[in-house]
Ligand binder design. Structure first.
Ligand code: CDP
Length: 224
């Protein structure tokens, strides 16, 4: 395992992905978003039938294939060579992704892909997800567990999606985020939880720049 592996985990809408991307850029490391693979296999499954079950979904993912291409500008999720960065964020994928990611075979496939992607980058990587610090890279040199008030998370997610955060929209987004958190936290395989050695970072009152700086500073202290 490369020495500079940073794990950023946390619940839905806690800003893991945008934070991990900025941290990776500042540390000049690649960013690997495990959620993009769970989303891509869900997208492929929506067309083929999510009910296929883990084993057949993984066979489908290998044959298409689904890949995470790490480029200088970040990572690009691909299905059969086509960039699906936008499509994996669609509401229809978000609505089914927790169900697919609860399947043990799917999790094994994602973990394998993620570890292979990192192995190709000996300098290290910044990873984000739900179980990076607990299961995928339990020996990561720095583990961050991002948390934030659900209303703040909902507002940020709406703004990120270009929607107006009026009270009704915020209320329904809070409900959707909490439903996904409950599903992700109570599944049998690799549930969402903080690693005992993770640093909890509550970003409710932090600006984006501040939260990035806290993580980058900690990382630089560990490997100047
Ligand atoms: O939408 P958000 O950024 O919060 O989540 P994501 O990172 O895109 O992940 C989407 C879904 O994939 C989560 O709700 C989890 O069900 C699943 N996931 C997981 O189980 N384990 C990971 N390491 C990453 C994502």
């Amino acid at each position: 395992m490369p020495s500079r592996v940073l794990a950023i985990d946390g619940p839905a809408g806690s800003g893991k992905s945008t934070t991990a991307a900025a941290v990776a850029e500042q540390l000049d490391l690649p960013h690997v978003e495990s959620g993009a693979l769970y989303r891509a296999i869900t997208l492929a499954g929506l067309d083929a039938g999510v009910e296929l079950g883990g084993q057949r979904l993984v066979a489908l993912a290998r044959s298409l294939p689904i890949r995470l291409d790490l480029t200088d500008a970040g990572f690009r999720p691909e299905i059969a060579g086509v960039d699906v960065s936008q499509e994996i964020r669609s509401a229809r994928v978000t609505a089914r992704v927790s169900e697919v990611s609860a399947m043990a075979e799917v999790r094994e496939w994602v973990n394998e892909e993620v570890r292979e992607a990192v192995a190709r980058h000996p300098r290290g990587a910044v990873l984000d997800g739900r179980d990076i610090g607990t299961v995928v890279f339990p020996d990561a040199v720095l583990k961050i567990f991002l948390v934030a008030d659900p209303v703040i998370r909902a507002r940020r997610r709406l703004l990120q999606d270009g929607r107006v955060p009026d009270p009704d929209a915020v209320a329904s987004e809070v409900e959707a985020l909490e439903r996904r958190d409950a599903y992700d936290s109570t599944r049998e395989v690799a549930p969402l939880r903080r690693a005992s050695d993770a640093v909890v970072l509550d970003t409710t009152d932090l600006s984006f720049e501040q939260q990035v700086r806290v993580i980058v500073d900690r990382a630089r202290n560990l490997f100047p």
